[in-house]
Ligand binder design. Sequence first.
Ligand SMILES: Cc1cc2nc3c(=O)[nH]c(=O)nc-3n(C[C@H](O)[C@H](O)[C@H](O)COP(=O)(O)OP(=O)(O)OC[C@H]3O[C@@H](n4cnc5c(N)ncnc54)[C@H](O)[C@@H]3O)c2cc1C
Length: 301
Amino acid sequence: MDMNTIEAVVATADPNEWHEGDAWLAGGTVLFSYGSVVLRRLLDISSAGWPAITTTAGGIELAATATIAELYDLPAREGVLEEWPALELVRTCCDSFVASFKIWNMSTVGGNICTALPAGPMISLCAALDGTATILSPGGGVRELPVADLVVGDGCTALLPGELLRSIALPAASLRARTAFRRLSLSNLGRSGVLLIGRLDADGALVLTVTASTKRPVQLRFGGQSFDGQGTLGGRPDRSALAGALDAAIPEGLYHDDIHGLPRWRRDMTYRLAEEIRAELLGELSDEPLGGAPSRGGKKP
Ligand SMILES: Cc1cc2nc3c(=O)[nH]c(=O)nc-3n(C[C@H](O)[C@H](O)[C@H](O)COP(=O)(O)OP(=O)(O)OC[C@H]3O[C@@H](n4cnc5c(N)ncnc54)[C@H](O)[C@@H]3O)c2cc1C
């Protein structure tokens, strides 16, 4: 799409150069699809030179400019899946981004997170692994925020004007965890309507991350130590404890409503897939009947 209001494209990743009317340009697959009638400059971060993926003993750092195609290749690196089995999620999450190789070669991890669509698969991946975003601010500040808290609503982030997402750190403790992935879409090649990821950490914590069905990521933590020092929900949940925790964490209005799924369907499938994940990770047979959410007011939704 032509963007007729653009006066300049500037190659920079310096938040001090950001002014009102500017937008950070990464892969451009959103900016050039949706267009804009207000933007005046695009600040192109694609030539910032940030290494796409850096592995250290402490985990993995994904540059915001890492493309979906570069990320997809990560699990093929020798030995990484053995060391960090949770990287199996990388390909399932990339595959949830139903687009051609042309889009995968341009779209970036940071652009996906900052676009903040409920069906943003990089949000699902990074939130589920307790990824921490490093954010550069105008004036030279640097701050960190869990990815799960960076996305605050449909198309909304906690980024302040001019702030730039620099990278996402995925901690080794999460990468070593056992994981379970569930995704539903209304059609074969459709956008995610429900995407849940479970993680069983070495300390016994069970972490469930709900995305796509909700307007922003929702995380439930049972047992173990939470990564940010916040409280957890007690020991390993049974089916009804899990359903109760979902009830408490996701009010009706938080379920997303668009062409990719009605809120009642998303809610129902969230409970069903959450129970499947709970049973899989805790090594139990699920006693969940077909259907999902417990009825409200005695009526099956
Ligand atoms: C065919 C097709 C299918 C798609 N399917 C999906 C899908 O299933 N799920 C989904 O979520 N999206 C989907 N998209 C949308 C889009 O491609 C992705 O969200 C992509 O990851 C955006 O990345 P980008 O680098 O192209 O972002 P850009 O277009 O460059 O930027 C998007 C927005 O993020 C901001 N931004 C980018 N990088 C940063 C940064 N580092 N710091 C701060 N702000 C930044 C930009 O200013 C802009 O507002 C699809 C697009 C197409 C064309």
